[in-house]
Design a binder for this molecule. Sequence first.
Ligand SMILES: [Zn+2]
Length: 149
Amino acid sequence: MSDNYLRLVPYDPRWYPAQHAATAAVNAAHGLFPVAGHIAVEYEQGVTFFDAGANTESVHCPFCGSDIEEWWGDAMNQAAESRFEDLSVTTPCCHRPTSLNDLRYVWPAAFGVCALTVISPGVNSVSSEQLRTIEQAMGSPLKVIWQHL
Ligand SMILES: [Zn+2]
């Protein structure tokens, strides 16, 4: 099996767990993925975009479903200038307010200041029960991002 990264990113892009909760979540993940190469909560310097990896950006409007990939590139560049402090955008298609974090990424992606990262978890999917176990330890709902390298 090739190297997969599983990243679990808190729903709130600015939320991060206390040390004990991060440790509990890592321990829970070790129990669920006993063959994983490495498991840790990684903290970023600021809000970071976690995506599925190369050539996988396909982005749709959460309201009307339009393909907004072209617009999205510019919107990302603009948000990057504020180091992703401000994720609010207005969709180009139907002109509705939303967040870059709430667009429909065909390959799931999320913004966050931290991620629970599992390198080579030994599985290709996470069940909702497994996810709930880690969420309870961490203390936040989590988005599941797979990076295939
Ligand atoms: Zn739209």
